[in-house]
Design a protein around this ligand. Structure first.
Ligand code: CA
Ligand code: CA
Ligand code: CA
Ligand code: CA
Length: 268
């Protein structure tokens, strides 16, 4: 086996351990604040499974609608992998390796192949959760959800009041309308995915809604701008987490320096 292939297998084994097994081994003390925030979202809530089998197992555990045959298939595969009493990581990697090694098929996994795989798993996760939501909310089976279908808990009074605090009917309505690209009052599958996962959306209206919503949470004095204190208290920690996450621990610029760089017209 060529040296580069060995390195790739070892690297994948480490990835397998940290990404696939780590969620089961993770203790609360590892949940440092540094990696938990990204634009107001909890990264650990959004962790995807590196291994589709693991994703299926998690879904089987949490989803009562999983068919018996799918469930038993997952269990059988899992039992096959732990036939010797411990998880056969090598066997699982042997199965996964060709799925990652696609472009080019050269018996090694490049950064781009790994990235493509992770994006595929991520899209699969988003699609799956959207299907689950659509199945449970679409009462008239027209493959779309109306605001009323999605939020049966809101009364006529709630809707008329149009409360704009986080989680009130008006706040959800604005988010719903931003995702409703064709403005027909219904969210189809793609629109519902944007609605449920605005941070992963490419819909400009949804992204603008997300930015306005996050900005509002940070702008404590409600003047439509972030002063240095608001930036330091509500943005900087997220920024540091982001830099650490994206650069594997590189030190972020100090808050004053970053604020000075962003405050182009220097009005503080
Ligand atoms: Ca390759
Ligand atoms: Ca419907
Ligand atoms: Ca629509
Ligand atoms: Ca402000």
């Amino acid at each position: 086996m060529a040296k580069v292939v060995v390195y790739a297998v070892i690297a994948t084994a480490f990835l397998f351990f940290f990404v696939v097994l780590a969620p089961f081994l993770r203790d609360d003390h590892r949940k440092g604040p540094g990696l938990n925030r990204r634009f107001g979202y909890n990264i650990q809530d959004r962790t995807l499974s590196f291994d589709p089998l693991l994703a299926q197992m998690q879904r089987s555990n949490t989803n009562n609608t999983t068919s018996a045959s799918t469930r038993s298939g997952v269990i059988e595969t899992y039992q096959f992998l732990i036939a010797s009493g411990k998880l056969n990581t090598t066997l699982r990697l042997t199965i996964l390796f060709p799925l990652l090694d696609r472009d080019p098929k050269d018996y090694s996994i490049s950064f781009n192949e790994l990235e493509a795989w992770i994006i595929r798993q991520s899209m699969d996760r988003l699609d799956y959760s959207t299907h689950v939501a659509l199945d449970s909310k679409d009462k008239n089976a027209d493959s779309s959800v109306s605001f009323r279908e999605y939020f049966p808990q809101f009364s006529d009074t709630d809707l008329a009041k149009k409360g704009m605090e986080h989680g009130e009917a008006g706040w959800w309505q604005v988010r719903f309308d931003a995702a409703d690209i064709d403005h027909n009052g219904l969210l189809n599958f793609t629109e519902l995915r944007d609605f449920l996962h605005p941070e992963d959306s490419e819909n400009e209206a949804t992204l603008k809604w997300l930015l306005r919503d996050r900005f509002k949470q940070m702008d404590y004095d409600d003047d439509g701008k972030l002063n240095f204190k608001e930036f330091q208290d509500h943005v900087y920690a997220s920024y540091v987490s982001y830099v650490e996450f994206e650069t594997a621990g590189k030190e972020a610029p100090k808050p004053h320096d970053k604020f000075h760089e962003l405050d182009v017209n220097h009005d503080k």
